[in-house]
Write a protein that binds this ligand. Sequence first.
Ligand SMILES: Cc1cc2nc3c(=O)[nH]c(=O)nc-3n(C[C@H](O)[C@H](O)[C@H](O)COP(=O)(O)OP(=O)(O)OC[C@H]3O[C@@H](n4cnc5c(N)ncnc54)[C@H](O)[C@@H]3O)c2cc1C
Length: 462
Amino acid sequence: MNLILKKNYPRKFNKISGWGKTKAVDVEIINPKTIREIQDIIRNSHPKSIIARGAGRSYGDAAQIKKGKVLKLENFKEIFPNYINNEVTAQAGASFEEILRKIIPRGFFLPVTPGTKKITLGGAIAADVHGKNHHRDGSFGDYVKRVILIDGNGKRITLSPYKEDNLEINELFWATIGGMGLTGIIIEATFSIIPIQTSFIKEETNRFTNLDDLMKEMIRLDDQNKYSVAWIDSMNNNFRGILSRGNHATKQEIKKLKDIDYLSFNPHPFTKIPRFIPINLMNRQFVKIFNEWWFRKTPIKIVKRIITIEKFFYPLDAIENWNNIYGVNGFIQYQIIVPETCRYMIRKVLEKLNHINACSFLPVLKRLGKSNKSYLSFPSKGWTLSIDLPANNQKIDKLLEELDQEIIKVGGKLYLAKDARQSDSTFKKTYKSLDTWQKNKKILDPNCIFISDIANRLKICN
Ligand SMILES: Cc1cc2nc3c(=O)[nH]c(=O)nc-3n(C[C@H](O)[C@H](O)[C@H](O)COP(=O)(O)OP(=O)(O)OC[C@H]3O[C@@H](n4cnc5c(N)ncnc54)[C@H](O)[C@@H]3O)c2cc1C
């Protein structure tokens, strides 16, 4: 019998936190080796005691439960591509990087990817991650065809978007997409992949001296580009910015590049930030100098270039453990979405932060498209802004609380995978399909075995 199942076994606790390094807690980390073991753990656990964890790239307290069991799927990493059906079946512990290393050389890419490839398939489904193509292609959950889940009874079930033999949507599937691990442990999934001719992106970049011009141009150009994202200089009064958009390059388009392997993909981090940096290096002076350099290096006129998938999608992965740069206190990411008609809110948020001298490193602005059928997913039609800010700063905390109220008023919300601070009342006013999600949670996990610190903080399950 497994140690975990014995009564009164000595439990070993480790301190963990999210990517923002705030809210560290002691948890028991378990690395099950078999599905049977996962089922036994679930069947022999108390209510409110287990949560799954992927690569720990969510910023706040979503992949942890204080004094509880954190299940990691490091022994579940198998990947089975099916290039004839344009799909991959993989175990939930496989990372996007591992999947990409397999599929890119065979001429395929992920349908949706966030700004890091260091996440797991389980984490991507549980947060229903979005990328630079959401305005056209939706989020990762839109491409998932099948999920194998171990539910709160320890039962292995297969979920797909529609109920068998009819077109009625399968609520249990959509409660799991974006369900932040609270409906069960995802052990395997099948999702579509897209064909590519090369591992390069045809990118166009140019800079704008103010936010309004940048946003207008984003709207104008979105239909022409599969991928689109902007960086804003939050310390500039006009919120100048850089707009980058791109499309997969064809063989024809890169044939001028000499000695090139059309489908190469072998990224390595360029440097590593040490673990123990006592102070926050992202101070005002540093950010100001960096932003100035970043802006000036992009010419006013449009620059067209061919760059690798790695450089276009994952620039931050070049610096391993870059989150350590914020020092021991860590940082928070404030990611909001506001409806298209309320784009003035983006400027308002930036202005208010600027007003209190909150120093934020390259906020990212994206336009998102339609939401999907899931109940707790973040994306919906509108503008999303993500801003990294130092943690434990009273002035910033107070302002964000005020801003939350404005986000509620305009019908926006905060991204659960990034959140470490919103209140349960903000969450309940903004996630409007919570009731339907809770109904399905009760079916999949009647004894509420699965819980996390974010779920407790936001009272997601009750
Ligand atoms: C640099 C950086 C850039 C990012 N850019 C984006 C972006 O552009 N778009 C975007 O959407 N997100 C983005 N993110 C956030 C990230 O994609 C999500 O937080 C993602 O969920 C992290 O995956 P993970 O494997 O690290 O999961 P974790 O952070 O470990 O867990 C996240 C959630 O998934 C659940 N979970 C994990 N594995 C399983 C499983 N097997 N079964 C059930 N539940 C599970 C956890 O319980 C938790 O609730 C970014 C993060 C970083 C650090």
